[in-house]
Every structure is written in structure tokens, then in C-alpha cells.
Design a protein. Sequence first.
Length: 161
Amino acid sequence: MSRRDLTLMANTYTQIHMHFVFAVKFRHGIIQPKWKDNLYKYITGIVQNNNHKLLEINGMPDHIHILIGLRPSQSISDLMKDVKQGSSLWINENKLTREHFEWQEGYGAFSYSKSQIDRVIHYIQNQEEHHKKKTFRQEYLDFLQKFEIEYDEKYIFKELI
């Protein structure tokens, strides 16, 4: 961070916790156990290089959950663009999938207070157990309804028909 950036931000104090959810294009279950930890480390690096704090990351073969302590110096959309583009490029350059890897357009972003962070971390850590009972689509719709977010059904993560 430059001296100018520090001066501009000198009396700025924030506590912003965001839970991001995004899916593999067409929700293909192609994130493999043998490389998912390296993917999570790579995404952690992207988040940290953008001066945010990654608090938890986990997912399933078809989607990812990330909890971030967000700095106000970058927009949410720019951060998600960096995370999704950078991680897609990394997966493709390392030829980790047979087909071209892409994330689905869009993402969910949900804010939490500090008192809720431990519960959200536990939720993200236990994705495998959670998805024994609920599909990703059900989970995502539950988030939208819980947070009272209006949505159009035709834009909810598309499946390959």
C-alpha cells in the first residue's frame, strides 16, 4: 500500500464479514479432492493479495463457500472477479480438468456480524455433512430467502439440460 493510500485511509476503521458462494459452470462436480486444497490455497492467496483476510474456505465438487474479512478499499464485484478469473486460469493452466474450467456467472454475497462468525465458519467447514441432506440449489435458495433477497428463478445457477 502506498503512503498516499495510507493517508487517505487514516481514520477508517471497518469490520465487514462477507460469505461468498459461487458454483462451477452448469454446476458440474469437477473440483476434485486431489487438488481442491491447492485450489483453496490459491484462492486464499488472491484474497490476501487484495488485502483482505480469508477466514474460511470449503466447498463441494460443484461449488465453493468463502468467508472473508473484507477491506473497503476494493469493491465486492472486483474481488469476486479477481478470485474467479484467477482461480479459473490457475485450474486451466495446470490442466486439472479434462474440459475447460469456468465458474458460473454471478455469486451470492451475504454479510454477517462478528457474533455470527464462528457459526458461519462451522457451517462452511461442514459442507460435506450438510450436503448429505440438502442440494446446492436448495442451500442457495435458502440463503436468498433467509436474507430476503429478491431473485429471478431463471437466473439461479444454471444446470446443463
